[in-house]
Design a protein around this ligand. Structure first.
Ligand code: NAP
Length: 538
């Protein structure tokens, strides 16, 4: 065989984050020859790339890790209830070592194309460095938020000072000490970052387009007693997460806000606001997700909190969202974020009122005048969910491009397969439950379901699996039906596929399955039980 013949595997997985790592483990366990192709030089995915100061879990650490491995659970101790990026990355490395994954991961491999070869019934995959490989199964584990997006601002490349995008943060410490720093973007990333930069920057200028509703994280170290308790309750914790809508420890309160007396609901809001984690969002009255009136009452409560915490009334008003209610977009969790705006070294610019005209060599020109900066940080998010797919030239039956098929919005079956793209699985792809929740919980469900399907194929001598267009159309209906009930489908955010920096992303699409992880698991289990209904197996 000539040396330039592509290597052959049973499965190629793209991405060595939480989902790619687990998929590798599960398929290898079944005796498959598997390789993971990873663009970075280490495992960890989102925790590898997003190393900006302040990056940390918003899920309780002890509800985030892999639940499938008793050994990993027993041997790993989280140091904080919401642990930071360095520890999270160490955890990923620890899991990779425990499962001996690295021997089957090819790092610094940026996949550029994947074409389905119908005659051979296999995928031909190529990387930027010329590496070519063929495999029966092609599995994307590329994460929903993996393609950093720079803002479309004139002169964005002209700045000669230090400049970083949060999702491509350098692997060395960056000092803000005494510097004039600008941060553009106030999503979950910007909020975490701003809290840190404000501690040491000479002057921090936050350039905010639209504020988000933020809520206190209430992080704390895990005491030895808590550690022992967490370890003794892991089964119970993960069993509970399997019952909650988003796979978090928090779940919507069964009461309706609109039927709860005012004093009772205010006491409940206060309690949730004072509790650690997503309780104020995910654990609130169930109608806050669906009723504009209920949501407005909750939003008014959080607005009052912001006004209490920010001393300057004008600044407080700038920080209160007016175009959407609490939880309609992803709620950034914060630690003294609002108090940052009481500091003398911080100012907030509303760039809707005072637009950015351009970025130049020395700083940013606003309508109100020019400001010099030593550093500009872009916390401007991602080309969410679809960006990772579009970056790879994926072609299915008849040479159809996935990007063409999805030009008007994605269509999938269970968010795991795409009609016309056989033997391809999309872990945390569009219209999957994992994207809206405690992601590792959704990932475990997806990986285990795909592994079950592969086991079924191996046991029955099957080599081909493809979703039918009818099943895909039905799934889109189901995704749309459940999403349309939720207020979050009525706001512009990455949840609804809006990104003004990317051409073609100004129309809302169905990116997430929002009926919850238990409903999703039931659906997937039923599909499997009925002999993988909606899929052609041969
Ligand atoms: P994001 O939520 O999309 O926020 C991007 C920010 O940049 C927004 O404030 C946006 O303003 C602003 N922006 C974008 N383009 C701009 C432009 N041209 N001019 C001015 N401002 C611009 O991105 P993210 O904060 O990186 O968060 C993305 C997701 O990552 C989160 O929703 C969350 O799911 C995940 N995340 C998770 C964690 C965690 O779990 N701990 C931490 C961080 C992020 P507009 O709102 O006006 O568009």
């Amino acid at each position: 065989m000539a040396n330039d013949q592509p290597a052959r595997f049973d499965a190629i997985i793209v991405g060595a984050g939480i989902s790619g790592m687990y998929m590798l483990h599960r398929l290898r366990e079944q005796g498959l020859k598997v390789q993971v192709l990873e663009a970075g030089d280490d495992v960890g995915g989102t925790w590898y790339w997003n190393r900006y100061p302040g990056a940390r879990f918003d899920s309780e650490s002890w509800s985030y890790g892999y639940a499938f491995s008793r050994e990993i659970l027993d041997e790993w101790n989280w140091s904080e209830h919401f642990s930071g990026q360095p520890e999270n990355l160490r955890y990923c490395r620890f899991a990779a070592e425990k499962l001996d994954l690295k021997r089957d991961i090819r790092f610094e491999t940026n996949v550029v194309s994947a074409h389905f070869d119908e005659a051979a019934n296999e995928w031909a995959i190529a990387a930027e460095d010329g590496y070519k490989v063929r495999a029966r199964l092609f599995i994307t584990a590329i994460g929903p938020l993996s393609v950093p997006q720079m803002p479309v601002i004139e002169g964005v490349d002209d700045f000669e000072g230090e400049s970083w995008h949060t999702a491509r943060w350098p692997h060395r410490p960056v000092s803000f000490e005494g510097k004039r720093v600008a941060v553009i973007g106030t999503g979950a990333t910007g909020v975490q970052l701003i809290q840190e930069v404000a501690k040491t920057a000479g002057h921090l200028t936050v350039l905010q387009r639209r504020p988000n509703w933020c809520a206190p994280l209430h992080n704390s170290p895990i005491t030895p007693e808590e550690q022992a308790d967490i370890h003794s309750r892991y089964d119970e914790i993960y069993a509970h997460c399997r019952t909650t809508h988003g796979g978090f420890i928090h779940d919507a309160d069964p009461r309706r806000l609109l039927e709860t007396p005012e004093n009772e609901r205010n006491a409940f809001f206060e309690q949730k606001y004072a509790e650690p984690g997503f309780g104020i969002w995910m654990g609130n009255f169930r109608d806050t997700f669906t009723s504009e009136e209920a949501n407005r009452i909750l939003s008014d409560f959080v607005a009052r909190k912001i006004r209490e915490r920010v001393k300057d009334p004008e600044t407080a008003e700038k920080l209160i969202p007016k175009d959407h209610g609490f939880g309609q977009r992803r709620v950034p969790m914060e630690t003294r974020y609002y108090e940052v705006y009481n500091q003398d070294n911080v100012d907030l610019i509303d760039i809707v009122a005072d637009p950015i005209r351009r970025i130049d060599r020395t700083g940013i020109e606003l309508e109100s005048g020019h400001r010099d900066f030593d550093m500009i940080i872009f916390a401007t998010g991602f080309d969410a969910v679809l960006g990772g797919f579009n970056r790879i030239d994926i072609r299915g039956l008849g040479g159809q491009r996935l990007s063409d098929k999805w030009a008007e919005g994605p269509t999938t079956y269970l968010g795991l397969q795409v009609a016309g793209f056989p033997n391809m699985f999309t872990l945390v792809g569009p219209q999957n439950a994992a994207g809206f929740g405690n992601i590792p919980r959704g990932i475990e469900q997806n990986v285990e379901w795909v592994a079950g399907l592969v086991r079924h194929m191996l046991a029955n001598g099957l080599t081909y699996v493809g979703a039918t267009p009818e099943a895909e159309a039905d799934w889109l209906d189901e995704v749309a039906r459940s999403s349309d009930k939720m207020l979050l489908s009525k706001a512009d955010s990455w949840f609804t596929g809006i990104n003004r920096n990317v051409e073609g992303r100004s129309r809302r699409v169905y990116l997430l399955y929002t009926a919850g992880m238990p409903a999703f698991r039931e659906k997937c289990d039923a599909v499997a039980r009925d002999g993988y209904i909606g899929m052609v197996l041969a």
